[in-house]
Design a protein around this ligand. Structure first.
Ligand SMILES: C[S@@+](CC[C@H](N)C(=O)[O-])C[C@H]1O[C@@H](n2cnc3c(N)ncnc32)[C@H](O)[C@@H]1O
Length: 260
């Protein structure tokens, strides 16, 4: 019988999903470049602009923004990802300020020109906490600053498949998300990793699953949330790439840009 162990997000899964799995995806570097170019245009960023990348993961997009001369602060819950992001920025020869922390407790003194939450990194908490995150971002922005939320389209959620992926050091089994329609929540993704290095099967513990439920807001809901914390103008786009496309029920993404 093969030994089974349970591991948390920061001590195991963050690195498997955000580094080993993400970087195994074909074309991911081009995808990041495309998203960053889109953000630069719609957020009116230029050399020297101050950007806050919330839930920056292993810093893939933060580093790409920095290569465009943008002064980036990257922020993520997982210490392991912040360490990997810092090492990678050094290798790439760019300066990014990476901080570990919870987006529900941000206390930046500086005022940013813009903030991004990419790859659907909004909606992890209950409604009040989600609203609190937006309030905190509002506080962190300079007057005239922008917030961008790159979200899945709630009317066109991707069809997730059960998949096996061969990664460095083992095999990852990802179960599909399940959409809980009455709650409006895309429910978590249990995962199993067959760790060939240590010869064990790794399952996700409660902590690793805690941020896997995502509240899927519709456009009017998100608009009301944003206006409720003080944002004054909300624009919507259907893709996270240029040229800008209008948001429709069939769009791949729902990209929300709000200004302070
Ligand atoms: C979908 S990933 C996106 C990562 C990166 N932006 C990207 O596009 O690759 C979501 C990230 O949110 C981070 N996260 C989860 N809960 C968080 C919290 N409460 N505060 C800050 N970051 C959090 C996770 O560690 C993870 O890196």
């Amino acid at each position: 019988m093969v030994e089974q162990v349970e591991r948390g997000w920061d001590d195991f899964w963050a690195e498997v999903f955000r580094v080993r799995h993400r970087r195994s995806l074909q074309g991911i570097e081009q995808y990041d470049k495309m998203v960053v170019e889109f953000c630069i245009e719609v957020l009116h960023l230029s050399t020297g602009s101050q950007l806050l990348d919330i839930a920056c993961g292993a810093g893939d997009q933060s580093i790409e923004f920095a290569k465009h001369g943008i002064k980036v602060t990257g922020f993520d819950l997982a210490k392991s990802l912040i360490r990997i992001a810092q090492e990678r920025a050094k290798v790439e020869g760019v300066k990014v300020n990476f901080y570990q922390g919870d987006m529900r407790n941000m206390s930046f003194k500086q005022k940013f020109n813009a903030s991004v939450l990419l790859s659907h990194s909004f909606g992890f908490f209950n409604h009040e906490e989600n609203k609190h995150v937006l309030r905190q971002v509002y506080e962190a922005l300079a007057d005239g600053g922008f917030l961008l939320l790159d979200l899945m389209n709630p009317y066109n959620i991707p069809v997730f498949q059960k998949t096996w992926t061969k990664l460095e050091g083992g095999y990852l089994l990802s179960e599909p998300h399940v959409f809980d329609a009455p709650a409006g929540i895309l429910r978590g993704r249990p995962a199993t990793f067959i760790d060939l290095d240590s010869g064990v099967v790794v399952l996700a513990n409660e902590d690793a699953l805690s941020n896997k439920d995502i509240r899927m807001y519709t456009a009017p809901e998100i608009q009301s949330l944003l206006e409720g914390v003080g944002f004054i103008k909300v624009d919507l786009y259907g893709e996270n790439s240029l040229p800008r496309t209008p948001y429709t029920a069939k769009s791949d993404r729902m990209v929300v840009v709000a200004s302070r």
